[in-house]
Design a protein around this ligand. Structure first.
Ligand code: UN1
Length: 514
């Protein structure tokens, strides 16, 4: 294959050979079905690798290994578990450029964003190391004399992780790093659109667990289709399923897990807006909106999809943004002169074209029209032009998350109207206001303001740091991953009351003497 960006060299550094690519319970690869997944790069359309698909038998053997591993891992003191996660973070530092390149090549985001994604993994490992000494429970004063009450947090068991193509490695690491320090073992089903990035991660962490004499099965990788997700969701041996992806997928997972009264942590679609008020610093507003809309070619769940602009600055924002879009360089994501890479595949291109047709049919007006790029460098057929349309918030297509670089411009008069528009979508992930006016900012952040899980001031909607809890409301699914106290989802809480007195008083003063 032609290899101007040194992909083969990076695959070599990551230890990826062309054989034994598939599911694994650690360093050993599982024998699996004879079906394969073909990982094609959207950057140049070339085949990167063939990855073996797993079936229900492989799933069973992974679950058995994971159960055995959990029995040992849950008894390793949390700070020692943290030490292992520290080494994982250090190993990621060493392969940052190689893994970043693979992510960029397999998924199509720019190399800079690929590096950023690996940095997010390193950051969450650091966070988890600190957390391993801070899995705090509260102590309470008992109402009974000679009694003590406290709560403690215990590991849950097997955590199922279903991740999406757009962050093929970072979102897994948010879940896995926390789950591991919490004493859980993980079963990861990466996206079928980016399996090789999953294989690369499994190779990195498997070796570290093995080096520490830990059992196979603390980190498990299963390459498979939606059927594997179904198995996990229905399986009572998987107490928590953390799923990132479409709202459609999340509803299926949530229903299946809910039916068995398991826990699900859902991080689903967003339909994120930036409100630009007449008091905005427009330089910041334009830059924030630009990266928010076209970063990762519009394929982040945090992508800015709607721009709600005050009428007095509307024309200026529109023309400055159109100017900024015209300077965007589209092309191979590994070439650092390019700002925007391809969409993930042909289906995504179809979704993009359909959305453009729909917004036009509903009365939207192109400010910057879209289109699929062809010719030299665009042979994969996945490169599209970032587009801007003037639209109304109630348009059916505007209410919908299209994973592509399409930005809808919506005009408003008053801030309450803007906030109402911002909230008038089924999703509730990320939101932002651009303003230098403190009253406007605080109104946006108040209980009557944004209804999203993330609400920013003078920052775009994407690019959250790992230290905060990440997730959103409504059809975004309500889950929280990553920082703050998101770790609590990965543990079970136990309340303990200890009687060290010589009698047995009942709570609530109940008398029961014989
Ligand atoms: C996602 O798109 O699923 O806030 C995750 C961001 C990134 C994570 C996005 N830190 O844009």
């Amino acid at each position: 294959m032609q290899d101007p960006f040194g992909i083969s060299e990076s695959l070599k550094h990551l230890g990826i050979k062309q054989e034994n690519l598939g599911s694994s319970t650690g360093v050993n690869w599982l024998k699996s079905s004879e079906s394969y997944l073909y990982s094609l790069s959207p950057a140049d359309g070339q085949l990167i690798a063939k990855v073996q698909l797993s079936d229900a038998d492989a799933y069973e053997s992974i679950i058995s290994q994971a159960q055995i591993a959990f029995e040992k891992w849950r008894l390793v003191p949390a700070p020692q578990r943290g030490e292992i996660v520290r080494e994982i973070g250090n190993a990621l530092r060493e392969v940052k450029s190689d893994l970043g390149k693979l992510v960029s090549y397999e998924m199509g985001k720019s190399y800079q964003e690929g590096l950023g994604e690996v940095q997010e993994m390193i950051d969450i490992c650091d966070f988890a190391v600190g957390l391993s000494r801070q899995l705090y429970g509260l102590t309470m004063h008992s109402e009974r004399p000679g009694h003590r009450m406290y709560e403690q947090w215990h590991p849950l068991g097997i955590v199922g992780i279903i991740s999406a193509f757009n962050f093929p490695v970072a979102v897994w690491s948010w879940n896995a790093a926390l789950a591991w320090v919490c004493g859980d073992v993980c079963l990861w089903k990466p996206s079928e659109k980016a399996p090789l990035s999953g294989v690369a991660c499994q190779l990195i962490v498997g070796k570290i667990f093995a080096k520490h004499g830990m059992p196979e099965g603390i980190s498990n990788l299963i390459i498979g289709d939606y059927k594997i997700g179904e198995l996990m969701s229905h399986d009572p041996r998987v107490p928590l399923v953390s799923a990132t992806g479409s709202t459609r997928m999340g509803k299926l997972v949530g229903k299946a897990v809910g039916e068995r009264l398991g826990r699900s942590l859902l991080e689903l679609g967003g339909n994120n807006a930036i409100i630009i008020t007449e008091n905005a610093d427009l330089d910041i507003a334009i830059r924030g909106a630009l990266f928010g809309a076209v970063g990762t070619a519009g394929q982040r769940c945090t992508t800015t999809r709607r721009l709600i602009v005050q009428e007095n600055v509307y024309e200026e924002v529109k023309s400055r943004l159109a100017g900024a879009f015209s300077k965007l360089v589209i092309g191979n994501p590994l070439d650092e002169k390019n700002h925007v890479g391809p969409l993930i595949d042909q289906d995504a291109v179809k979704g993009y074209l359909t959305a453009i047709d729909k917004v036009k049919a509903e009365g939207g007006k192109a400010v910057v029209d879209g289109g699929v790029l062809s010719g030299e460098g665009f042979e994969s057929g996945c490169y599209v032009k970032p587009a801007i349309f003037e639209a109304e918030n109630h348009f059916e297509i505007v209410q919908h998350e299209t994973f592509a670089p399409i930005l809808y411009l919506i005009k408003y008069k008053t801030l309450p109207e803007a906030i109402a528009l911002q909230n008038s979508v089924p999703q509730g992930l990320s939101s932002a206001i651009m303003t230098m006016n403190m009253r406007e900012a605080e109104a946006f952040l108040s209980a009557a303001g944004s209804d999203c899980g993330i609400a920013n001031v003078n920052i775009g909607t994407s690019g959250a740091e790992i230290g905060g809890a990440f997730g959103g409301e409504k059809e975004t699914g309500g889950g929280r991953e990553s920082g703050s106290d998101a770790w609590k989802a990965y543990m079970r809480r136990q309340t303990n009351t200890i009687n060290y007195s010589t009698s047995l008083p009942l709570a609530q003063g109940i008398k029961f003497d014989i």
